[in-house]
Design a protein around this ligand. Structure first.
Ligand code: GDP
Ligand code: MG
Length: 844
């Protein structure tokens, strides 16, 4: 048969060429060099030599102690008569270390056996068969499986033989290796296995003639497929059968494959995608790696990537948008609505600022919302349902400043009837016209409340005339709009107004399905540290119940508790009823759609999808802002920018301010305004980091920075401002944008105290036992009460005491007793902030 070179032999036995040459020399075999061929005879001689010489040396010199030990143990197994289990792998190793392994065979008998085996092998010169034998031996522990294994081995050998015919050169080396292996095998497994081998050999030769062509490597691969299992994973022996079955499959793999239609959403988790293709995530990740996509099992990949992977794996990808799924889910929820019944009208009050919207609503519901409002402006939409003699009416109170345009627009969408409040003494103003436009766009009837009719300067006819030029024509002039003269102050005409509303509602016959999963709209949402997220929801269809699972914009959650506008717990709310719900995962935006879902998982899925979408947009915006600032920092180009990070007490204010800012920005060509971050709640360290990173100014609207954030502000030199009146904030930005920053009065916080205890004395009322944490508390200055970094009251000090003495000021680190004028709701943990108005140069 073919000869092998020293080099090839060295590869087979796993020794270096140099070592082999040395050993050959020791054995008295003449070879010219690494490339010279050696005959079988020579190999034998070498083997004999090595055996003998090693026999003299100690086992330790053999180098690989571990293997040596194992081999010995297998030998003892053999002597006990049982079939050696661990033989196979080591055999292979030992082969590759002829020089090392030989010494371990301390018994002459063994050597003989080996030699005989080797001889037999040579005669047969059936490398493949040898291999099959080895495989068989390996499997011999599982006697029951043995036959099967052989079959597999044969098959594998055949296939390999065909594929790797080019490696014939190494046949002999292989044969030798196998021979050695066999020798050892027979050593350990005894003669019975040897005879098995022979039987196998007898079966194989004809078929395996070509099998000889296998390289050692070819065979090695084969063994990797089958032998590895036995060796590498001893612990998993028990599943060997299964693995074999698998290996078989792997080998014959090009069988027909199931092609799945894989529905690929916009984003999908790696593990979920694998599941859809009924494959192991690990396998899929491997495929992804070959495609250059690195991802972990829990990572979320985008649709494009997912489609590529699906197609790479031979399946059919069907892109599905989350919107499709969402729409179908929402549609099916909608299908469950039933029980159409009349419902109360939802009325939105609109109009120019200070024309009396809040006063009017207050009068109607006999509450006093306007009283506590900062700057006298309604800062967010409130919703109330009012029971009049003529029926229930639901009011949405929208604020009047232009800043609230977008919310008002949303209000109009949730609205059946718009009440346009126009002050009779002021007439039609810009926001009056806007309100008309919104009402018309929403296609809802418009009722005009001509307010402040009690005033002497009131001129209701002027209002009619002015509105007439905007296509709002009074009924008595032949038009279709009802005009009612009212006074929120005296209450005059209010009954007429309510009657006009009820009349309109009667005519238009508002109905809604009262049963089934509720749908509605978010009126406002705030984050309350004690109660979590509180969301005002206007139910529009179906019945909202405590315990329902809500999807609201990007948020979801189970309704933990539900209250009416008076804070009374309720269990169910039907169409047109506003409720405050607790339990959402975060604060949804005013105007977000609300839907009751059947299960939390789906709700979460949809909420997350929406989150992803928004985050992408936000991220893009942030990148943009950073790019812009980079641009400016480089000093190139004329573009200037103003980056803003905005935090506010409630979602409504936040939206309103954002919208006004964007409007300002749109009106201004020279300066780019970008809102790099915004949210509801106090300003924290993360906010400051973001602001610092994007060179942003931080605006706190009725919120304050916590201690860590304040420290950060100082360290990073971030510009941070507090406001409690939207006008001031917008005005400042406007001035900054138009380069008109002039000296102006501004507030400066001069002291901060934390409330440690509350005392009630009959003489002084409620006293907040406090410690001054920053600056100085001065008696003569205005103050604010903060809870969770959010402003909850603005007013003044009634008293300031050190022990029993009245004092004018208290310095940092000192305890004092603070009495707040007209306010008795101070709680332990609140902060009292003292500020003063100072004139200062403003630079934004
Ligand atoms: P809004 O900004 O439209 O909500 O207006 P407000 O309800 O806050 O009212 C603005 C101011 O007008 C407040 O000072 C009210 O007291 C006053 N006001 C509202 N309605 C009337 C009214 O019918 N008669 C008079 N005399 N004053 C009114
Ligand atoms: Mg108001």
């Amino acid at each position: 048969m073919a000869q092998v070179t020293v080099k090839q032999l060295s590869e087979v036995v796993g020794a270096t060429v140099e070592r082999l040459l040395e050993q050959l020399k020791d054995a008295g075999i003449e070879v010219a060099g690494a490339d010279s061929e050696i005959t079988d005879e020579q190999k034998f001689k070498l083997l004999d030599h090595l055996r003998n010489s090693h026999g003299k040396t100690s086992a330790a010199t053999a180098g690989k102690g571990k293997i040596t030990l194992k081999r010995r143990s297998t030998a003892s197994l053999k002597s006990s008569g049982s079939k050696a289990v661990n033989v196979e792998v080591r055999k292979k190793r030992s082969i590759s270390k002829v020089s090392d392994s030989a010494p371990e065979t301390d018994s002459k008998e063994k050597e003989k056996a080996e030699i005989q085996a080797l001889m037999a092998e040579k005669e047969a010169r059936e490398a493949v068969r040898a291999e099959a034998e080895v495989v068989a031996i390996e499997k011999s522990k599982e006697a029951a499986k043995q036959r099967e294994e052989e079959a597999i081995a044969k098959k594998e050998a055949e296939v390999k033989a065909r594929i790797e015919a080019e490696q014939q050169a190494k046949v002999v080396a292989n044969a030798k290796a196998r021979g050695a292996a066999k020798a050892e095998a027979s050593k350990t497994t005894g003669s019975s296995s040897s005879s098995d081998d022979r039987n196998k050999n007898a079966q194989k030769p004809a078929a395996k003639g070509r099998g000889k062509g296998d390289t050692r490597y070819g065979r090695k691969e084969l063994h990797v497929a089958s032998g590895k299992k036995g060796r590498g994973k001893k612990t998993s022996r028990k599943v060997l059968a299964a693995q074999n079955a698998e290996a078989k499959h792997a080998f014959e793999k090009p069988v027909e494959k199931i092609v799945y239609d894989v529905d690929v959403p916009e984003t999908i988790k790696v593990s979920d995608l694998a599941l859809k293709m009924s494959m192991k995530a690990g396998e899929m990740i491997k495929t992804m790696m070959t495609m250059g996509v690195m991802a972990t099992i829990n990572q979320v990949i985008d649709q494009d990537t997912a489609i590529l992977i699906v197609e790479e794996l031979g399946h059919k990808a069907i892109a599905s948008s989350a919107d499709d799924r969402e729409n179908s889910l929402l549609a099916s929820a909608g299908d469950e609505l039933h029980g159409e019944l009349p419902r109360p009208p939802v009325v939105t009050i609109m109009g120019h600022v200070d024309h009396g919207k809040t006063s009017l609503l207050d009068h109607i519901r006999e509450a006093k919302v306007a009283h506590g409002e900062a700057g006298g402006i309604t800062q967010h939409i409130g919703a109330y349902h009012v029971e009049t003699d003529k029926g229930v009416i639901t009011f949405l109170d929208t604020p009047g400043h232009a800043a609230f345009t977008s919310m008002r627009a949303r209000g109009a969408q949730a609205t059946d009837i718009v009440i346009l409040v126009v002050a009779a003494d002021d007439g039609v103003m810009p926001q009056t016209i806007e309100a008309v436009q919104h009402a018309k766009a929403a296609g809802v009837p418009l009722i005009i409340a001509v307010n402040k009719i009690d005033l002497e300067a009131a001129d209701p006819d002027r209002v009619k005339t002015e509105l007439g030029s905007h296509d709002v024509i009074p009924e008595d002039w032949g038009g279709e709009n009802i005009f009612v003269n009212v006074s929120a102050k005296t209450g005059e005409g209010i009954d007429d107004l309510l009657e006009a509303i009820n009349l309109t509602a009667e005519v238009l016959e508002y109905t809604a399905p009262a049963k089934g999963p509720a749908q509605g709209i978010v009126v406002e949402a705030t984050l309350d540290k004690g109660r979590g997220v509180t969301t005002t929801v206007l139910v529009q269809k179906g019945g909202l119940r405590k315990g329902d699972i809500l999807l609201a914009g990007q948020e979801y959650g189970r309704v933990r508790a539900m209250f009416d506008e008076n804070g009374k717990q309720i269990d169910e709310a039907g169409p047109s009823i506003p409720v405050v719900v607790l339990g959402l995962s975060g604060t949804p935006a005013a105007g977000d759609q609300v839907q009751v879902m059947t299960d939390e998982k789906t709700a979460r899925e949809l909420a997350e999808n929406r989150h992803h979408k928004v985050r992408d947009v936000k991220f893009a915006a942030q990148q943009q802002a950073k790019l812009d600032s980079l641009f400016t920092n480089l000093g190139k180009g004329e573009v200037k920018f103003l980056n803003i990070l905005l935090k506010a007490d409630v979602q409504g204010s936040l939206e309103a301010i954002k919208d006004s800012l964007m409007k300002l920005a749109a009106d201004n060509d020279e300066v780019d305004v970008a809102i790099v971050g915004s949210g509801v709640g106090g300003i924290n360290d993360t906010d400051i980091s973001l602001a610092a990173a994007s060179n942003a100014v931080v605006f706190g609207f009725n919120v304050r920075a916590d201690a860590a954030a304040r420290k950060s502000v100082a360290e990073r030199g971030v510009d941070m401002r507090y406001y409690s009146v939207i006008y001031d904030l917008i005005g400042d930005v406007k001035d900054a944008l138009t380069g008109m920053l002039s000296a102006k009065f501004r507030e400066e916080i001069i002291g901060l105290a934390e409330v440690k205890d509350i005392f009630r004395s009959p003489k002084f009322g409620l006293i907040a036992g406090s410690i001054v944490t920053e600056g100085t508390i001065k008696k003569s200055q205005p103050i604010r009460v903060l809870r969770d970094d959010v402003v909850i009251y603005e007013g003044e000090l009634e008293s300031l005491r050190r022990f029993k003495d009245m004092v004018d000021e208290v310095k940092s680190g000192t305890e004092c007793g603070i009495g707040v004028k007209n306010y008795n709701d101070v709680k332990i943990g609140d902060q009292i902030e003292v500020f003063e108005r100072v004139e200062m140069e403003r630079v934004l």
